[in-house]
Design a protein around this ligand. Structure first.
Ligand SMILES: Nc1ncnc2c1ncn2[C@@H]1O[C@H](COP(=O)(O)OP(=O)(O)OP(=O)(O)O)[C@@H](O)[C@H]1O
Ligand SMILES: O=C(O)[C@@H](O)C(=O)CO
Length: 456
């Protein structure tokens, strides 16, 4: 099958919205026409070569996640996808009763292929895997701030062990020397390990070129899994194997969007906290006290009053961030899930007010779970992705049902990604149209051309 037959080459299912939009934006940056829908009810538009279904399954029970993932896979296969990719976080975020293993195994059972790879590494940001152990820079995952994640604390750096604990099948390691030897060796070893019953294989991955070799080895597996980083290397493999033609590639563009601007942050990751602090140096920030929300304070009314004071003149941020000790105290008092649900409900409620009552049309949401709740509350089911511009930088356009036809410029920022000034920079960039030619022969892509700001 070639791309010109107008059916999907590739379908991805993402377990959260920030990472899922990032994956879609990487394909867009490569020049692949890519659709992106939220949840299981939105129709898959025709005319694209890739499609990403965004789910919010990262912390749900394995049975529920498997059901949703299989249903999404069914839809993508019906639309012609020849490979289904299961996308999870670069830091392998998963609850102890986690669902990465069960979802991958269910896909393997449904789609065949016998073996799949697990490639979470995001080399661009220093998240690598060696001897099956995940590192964030020079820190082992279990010694990094990820051990304090409010929903998915990762305390074991050994991904083979983490995955084995949640899987029925046998987990193995594709060691670095195999990966470094290139695609052919990777394929041979996949076959050998599969024949020995090791069907779930974690790949050591250190450099960008390792991701390219893994993609080249895995482009025709019925089921592949990992972070968006490895997906970014699939298009050159499709081209090399005749599944895609250069004529199929399209430039990516985003329109300029004016209108009030806001950041909503439910991520309590160190990176997001640092970004909020930077934003607050020049822009108003409201930090919501979740403890007071639990004792009956109307924090939504406080947020409305804050928006009234500052919009539309300023760019604003509203966050539920709190120091680690406060997060732990709250969780001990109310339970981890109840605290997360409360924060998400509050930020989703505020999103509706900002968009409907204050006309916000430039919105950045930080945190995958948070983004899932906000996007659902806004009724967004289809997202048009722009090209990936770097870690955490995946801008998009969304249409707001029931509201004037003007679009919403949207960016769903992964909690742990992005530079310090990302919030203000992106809200500014949204006022300018961008175009970027397909980055098929280079990765990471070059920065897009940003048209000068209108002076009126
Ligand atoms: N003060 C708080 N105390 C405890 N939990 C909080 C607090 N504020 C927000 N939360 C919850 O923490 C969770 C953070 O997860 P989220 O996925 O949004 O961010 P993240 O994990 O940093 O981002 P990503 O998944 O993109 O890396 C959310 O469920 C959010 O509601
Ligand atoms: O790896 C990341 O940080 C993202 O791809 C993601 O999944 C955030 O939730």
């Amino acid at each position: 099958m070639t791309a010109s037959m107008n059916s999907l080459l590739f379908g991805a299912i993402a377990d959260d919205l920030t990472g899922g939009t990032e994956l879609a934006s990487m394909l867009v940056a490569r020049g692949i026409p890519t659709g992106c829908t939220v949840g299981l009810n939105a129709p898959i538009p025709s005319g694209n070569l890739a499609h990403v279904i965004l789910l919010k399954t990262r912390v749900v029970a394995a049975g529920d996640a498997v059901r949703q993932v299989l249903e999404a896979a069914e839809r993508l296969v019906e639309a012609g996808a020849r490979q289904i990719f299961f996308k999870y976080c670069a830091t392998f975020d998963s609850t102890p009763a986690g669902n990465i293993g069960p979802c991958a195994e269910a896909l393997l059972e449904r789609l065949g292929g016998g073996v799949t790879l697990f490639t979470p590494a995001l080399c661009e940001t220093g998240r690598t895997v060696y001897q099956g152990h995940m590192f964030g820079g020079s820190q082992l995952l279990g010694e990094s701030p990820k051990r304090f994640d409010p929903l998915t604390p990762m305390t074991d750096s050994n991904l083979v062990r983490v995955l084995q604990a949640q899987s029925k099948g046998k987990v193995g390691l594709m060691p670095y020397l195999t990966i470094d030897a290139g695609a052919e060796t990777i394929r041979d070893e996949m076959r050998e390990k599969g024949a020995r019953g090791e069907t779930l294989l974690v790949t050591d991955t250190i450099r960008e070129r390792d991701l390219a070799a893994i993609a080249e080895a895995a482009f025709d597996l019925p089921v592949m899994t990992g972070n968006s980083s490895v997906v970014a290397h699939l298009p050159p493999a499709w081209l090399a194997h005749g599944l895609l033609k250069s004529d199929d590639l399209v430039a990516a563009s985003l329109p300029a969007v004016e209108g009030p601007a806001a950041v909503l942050a439910g991520s309590v990751a160190d990176r997001t906290i640092e970004q909020l602090e930077r934003f607050a140096e020049n822009n108003p920030l409201l930090t919501i006290d979740l403890a007071s929300a639990f004792t009956g304070t109307d924090v939504i009314a406080e947020a409305r009053a804050f928006a009234e004071r500052h919009l539309p003149g300023a760019m604003i941020a509203i966050a539920t961030t709190a120091p680690q000790q406060t997060v732990e105290t709250l969780q001990q008092a109310h339970g981890r899930d109840a605290v997360a649900a409360k924060a998400e409900e509050i930020l989703a409620g505020i999103a509706k007010i900002l968009v409907r009552d204050f006309g916000v049309r430039r919105l950045v949401v930080a945190g995958g779970e948070t983004a899932g709740s906000v996007v659902k509350a806004l009724g967004i089911t289809r997202i048009e992705m722009g090209a990936y511009e770097g870690p955490g930088l995946s801008r998009a356009i969304a249409h707001l049902p029931g509201l004037p036809s003007d679009p919403l410029a949207l960016m769903l920022k992964s909690g742990k990604l992005g530079g310090p000034d990302i919030f203000a920079d992106v809200l500014h960039d949204m006022t300018r149209a961008t175009t970027i030619a397909p980055a098929i022969d280079r990765w990471p892509p070059a920065k897009p051309t940003i048209e000068p700001r209108k002076t009126s």
